[in-house]
Design a protein. Structure first.
Length: 262
């Protein structure tokens, strides 16, 4: 029996084409809630950078918990924190130093804010893909409070530009424009493990929905995994089932196929 469902946001709940939540996705979430399934967001976004459609949805349909920064900062519906794992400060200094030298461009993701080092072309392209613009900030701010994640704007294969300088981070990717950089051993599976421990859930009682490369690791720690049809081929291959695109009512179709909603 499915007792908990984990959802990526961009390309899974929120359309990357319209930047809205399809009405069918809302019906799926409402149906799951009526069935008593616990609902969790599992996202690479920061706690301070949730898209407006998600904030509006939560005003009437609160999620039971959020795994922000790819699972590095997890909190429940009341704001209670049950996982808090920022990046090692030494690696923060190394990455921001490379950005200051112009070797890489970055987005700094902290609990209270998110900012980019500059609006370089790759940064602008990434922002356009999600319908959002992040302000430019002083890189010195990264040293004032914990950093839970960086977005490093390099093409696939150029992660070496910063990984060789760091000691305690790993990277994952869901966009060709950038990779997410998080503490080594972290990621969405660590967030799901924290949820399972807190709510007493077995893997086979969990289902995860996603469309990006950063969702593949969480597919391996739940009993059922659903890749959206808009996902890349390797993401679809990693899932136990493939749904239609988010824009083609994929979330609702998957929940119906799994017998979770009528």
């Amino acid at each position: 029996m499915i007792r908990a469902a984990f959802f990526d946001i961009d390309g899974t709940i929120v359309s990357l084409r319209t930047h809205k939540i399809p009405a069918s996705a809302v019906r799926a979430l409402e149906g799951l809630r009526r069935r008593g399934v616990l609902l969790f967001l599992a996202t690479g976004r920061s706690s301070a950078d949730m898209p407006r459609p998600i904030r509006e949805l939560e005003a009437r349909l609160p999620f039971d918990g959020t795994l922000a920064f790819n699972g590095q900062y997890c909190y429940d519906a009341t704001g209670g924190v049950f996982r808090d794992a920022p990046i090692d400060p030494a690696d923060v200094a190394r990455i921001t130093g490379l950005a200051a030298d112009g070797v890489i461009d970055v987005a700094v993701m902290q609990r209270s804010r998110m900012f980019v080092s500059r609006h370089a072309p790759r940064v602008v392209a990434a922002e356009a893909a999600v319908g959002n613009v992040t302000p430019v900030g002083d890189l010195a701010l990264a040293l004032e409070e914990p950093v839970y994640q960086f977005c490093v704007y390099v093409e696939p294969g150029d992660e070496r530009l910063f990984m060789g300088a760091c000691e305690h981070v790993e990277h994952t990717r869901w966009s060709p424009n950038f990779c997410d950089v998080i503490p080594a051993g972290g990621g969405k599976p660590a967030g799901i493990a924290a949820v399972r421990a807190r709510w007493g859930l077995a893997p086979e009682e969990c289902v995860a929905f996603g469309d990006g490369g950063n969702d593949v690791p969480m597919f391996g720690c739940v009993g059922t995994s659903v890749a959206m049809g808009n996902a890349a081929a390797d993401v679809r291959a990693a899932a136990t089932m493939v749904a239609p695109d988010v824009d083609d009512d994929g979330l609702l179709a998957a929940c119906r196929e799994l017998g979770l909603v009528p």
